[in-house]
Ligand binder design. Structure first.
Ligand code: 6V0
Length: 331
């Protein structure tokens, strides 16, 4: 006997809801923070976790499933086999090797490259229409690697890039001005991490451009304070890692925010890593963050934001450094 007594004349729904499926590859600190934010924000109907560490994977899956009574209904499964990802709308890649003491960045990158060689082709085979969202570091180079390995058009391969750096920037500006970070518009573009570029002229609070406001009011231009804020952004990841061993919550929210814009076709603008060839005089195939509009088709367009000469130069220099590493890697 069925648990529920069916209601005979209940009309079956003629238009089933579109089914969303997200796969998260790598269930380390970052992958799990992303997974749990996606669940609490009700962004998907199905969530698949993939990792090579079978015990950790099953443990993480069970731990999330046990929260079902408190969460929106989402089917959660986990597998070491990437066929479980079949039909994903979005694949978020956080898998990566951990840096061994004394290991060079290039060696670490080489190891991540071989991890990507084992991850990306099967993902693409099982979900040929998916969008790839790359989080593993160095994110700009690995997004390029994923693009090359996938054979996808560049609009469907996105790196989380400076979305996180920009949110750290917005928090610090908000804290300095004692306003809500959601009212602060400010972009950091370029390479994720040390050589990122802060777009000072982009800062506005509640629609008021901050720099020109200060200049018009003849308030002392707080260049030093602003530069220190950017320095803190660059240092903040190192600080968190030094204090707690890794970063997780902010990248979790930041990537869930990107997932929402993509899957819910929000057409919001985020600074994310995109194929930057053709922008600001960059002529090589490199991925760098620029403010881009995200929707169901992935990258819908890139904002033609004004960069001054110094900002352009820094972007071009980052592109050159990245190209050189890509050449050294032979990719
Ligand atoms: P972690 O906790 O070591 O997790 C990595 C996970 O990847 C582990 O569970 C591994 O078992 C798994 N893994 C390794 N190889 C494979 C494979 N072939 N297939 C599937 N899974 C695999 O690292 P953590 O979660 O802290 O960080 C993950 C990555 O995110 C690192 O590269 C970080 O540098 C990067 N981050 C990127 C950020 C950004 O803004 N883009 C921010 C924070 C961290």
């Amino acid at each position: 006997q069925a648990f529920f007594k069916p209601i005979n004349n209940a009309a079956p729904s003629s238009t089933p809801n579109p089914h969303n499926k997200i796969s998260v590859i790598g269930v380390g600190n970052v992958g799990m923070a992303i997974a749990q934010t996606i669940l609490t924000q009700d962004l998907t109907d199905e969530l698949v976790l993939i990792d090579t560490n079978a015990d950790k994977l099953r443990g993480e899956m069970l731990d999330l499933q046990h929260a079902a009574a408190f969460l929106p209904r989402t089917k959660i499964h986990a597998s070491v086999d990437s066929s479980a990802t079949a039909g994903s709308n979005l694949c978020i890649v956080t898998a990566g090797a951990r840096q061994i003491a004394g290991e060079s960045r290039l060696n670490l990158l080489q190891r991540n490259l071989s991890i990507f060689r084992s991850i990306i082709p099967p993902l693409v085979r099982h979900s040929p229409d998916t969008t790839l969202l790359i989080v593993s570091n160095p994110v700009d180079i690995l997004t390029y690697v994923a693009w090359k390995l996938s054979g996808f058009p560049s609009n469907r391969v996105i790196g989380s890039g400076t979305n996180l750096d920009s949110s750290r920037f917005r928090f610090l500006i908000a804290d300095h001005l004692d306003v809500n970070a959601q009212d602060v518009q400010a972009y950091i573009v370029g390479e994720h991490g040390d050589s990122s570029v802060a777009l000072w002229s982009s800062i506005s609070v509640g629609g008021v451009p901050v720099l020109s406001f200060l200049e018009k009011q003849q308030i002392v231009y707080e260049k030093e304070t602003l530069e220190n804020i950017h320095k803190s952004v660059v240092e903040s990841a190192y600080e968190v890692i030094r204090l707690k061993g890794y970063t997780s919550w902010a990248i979790g929210y930041s990537v869930a925010n990107l997932a929402r814009s993509i899957l819910r076709d929000q057409r919001k603008i985020h600074p994310v890593s995109v194929l930057a060839k053709g922008f600001y005089g960059i002529d090589g195939e490199v991925f760098l963050s620029l403010p881009a509009q995200l929707g169901r088709g992935g990258i819908l367009g890139v904002t033609n934001v004004h960069l001054n000469q110094e900002e352009t130069q820094r972007l071009v220099d980052s592109a050159k450094t990245i190209l050189q590493v890509q050449t050294e890697l032979g990719i």
